[in-house]
Design a protein around this ligand. Structure first.
Ligand code: SAH
Ligand code: AVI
Length: 322
């Protein structure tokens, strides 16, 4: 059975307008990465996951394909899997299959801001896992986290792909604390985190030779053109991806190639860009185990499992309420 609640109402449109207005008027300018993911943005992200330079998806798949039964055993054999930022749930199949094979697969709750991909994913999964109850939420997970349904018995809340790395430290701490408050005594969080590594590999992963990440980055301008009646010229910006070694995070930006003015009709706003000016569109934080343990601690969580790929590029960790 499929039931999907959509919470992208007038409030979401207003929140986007406010966010973009504030982001374009701040110095330096900034846009939130959640706006990448319209239908095209989700498709481009799927292409990114297949790029030779983009190792995180392969590394996470390696862990899930080899260690899902072990992860589920540490997590107390949950029957409900909630997934934040589920997207196509491609790698999630390893967890769902291990849950089914262990005789405990009842409910899957995909939570994603992209409506199209959530409907597609739900439809595929009920075919692949007969009897599976899919109770999806289309929403901004930072706004509507508390709408996640309770499960019968233990729940596993998965947040895969390294998407936690796209949040700034303050909102990340709040978000993890709120997840902590949702965890009952038998529930666990399964968190995917990309790990610190050398700058050359990191920058290549976010600036691939085929230009897919550049297209993904610029797609946010197309989203603003459509949703806010803007007139961004995508050819007048270039993709920039730099690793900030002090903050241990990728810093993704769009650089204006000329002095230019952009109009956003829905905001009744004209914005000037100077040639060479950069607007941040995303950060992607890289982690080390001790730092992640501190972050869990600060959010009232305690790490109870740590699983990496053979190369040590990426980690999945399990946590429970402390
Ligand atoms: N988990 C998948 C997809 C990661 S891409 C994987 O590991 O491959 C990030 C996903 O999070 C996208 O599907 C995007 O639509 C979703 N997302 C990003 N910000 C979000 C937000 N604020 N609320 C809900 N979903 C969000
Ligand atoms: C979704 N998120 C974890 C990706 C990342 O690696 O930070 C988004 C991405 N941005 C550019 N490439 C991939």
């Amino acid at each position: 059975m499929i039931a999907i609640e959509v919470h992208l109402d007038g409030d979401a449109a207003e929140a986007m307008a406010r966010d973009v207005h504030d982001g374009l008027r701040s110095t330096p300018k900034e846009l939130a990465p959640k706006y990448f993911y319209d239908e095209r943005g989700s498709q481009l992200f799927e292409q990114i996951t297949e790029l030779p330079e983009y190792y995180p998806t392969r590394a996470e798949r390696e862990i899930l394909s080899q260690r899902s039964p072990e992860i589920l055993a540490v997590a107390g054999q949950p029957g409900t899997l909630v997934e934040l930022g589920s997207g196509s749930a491609a790698k999630t199949r390893h967890l769902l299959t291990a849950m089914r094979d262990g005789g405990r697969l009842d409910t899957y709750v995909p939570v994603d801001i992209s409506e199209e991909i959530t409907h597609e994913t739900a439809a595929c999964l009920v075919d692949e896992y007969p009897g599976l109850d899919v109770r999806g939420l289309v929403c901004d997970f930072e706004q509507h986290l508390e709408r996640i349904p309770d499960g019968d018995g233990a729940r596993l809340i998965a947040f895969l792909g390294g998407t936690i790395g796209n949040l700034y430290p303050g909102p990340r701490a709040d978000f993890l604390s709120r997840i902590g408050s949702l965890l009952g005594p038998g529930d666990h969080l399964l968190l995917g985190t990309d790990l610190v590594k050398d700058t050359v590999r990191l920058e290549a992963a976010y600036d691939d030779s085929a230009g897919v990440t550049a297209e993904f980055n610029k797609n946010v301008l197309q989203v603003l053109n459509r949703e806010l009646g803007a007139d961004f010229d995508l050819d007048a910006f270039e993709h920039v991806a730099r690793y900030d070694t002090a903050k241990e995070r990728m810093d993704i930006r769009l650089r204006s190639l000329a002095d230019q003015e952009v109009r956003l009709d829905a905001l009744d706003l004209e914005v000037a860009f100077l040639a060479g000016e950069e607007m941040r569109t995303e950060i992607s934080t890289k982690f080390r185990r001790p730092r992640l343990e501190e972050i869990y601690d600060g959010a009232g969580l305690e790490m109870c499992g740590w699983f990496t790929d053979a190369a040590g590029d990426y980690a999945l960790s399990l946590a429970r309420a402390a």
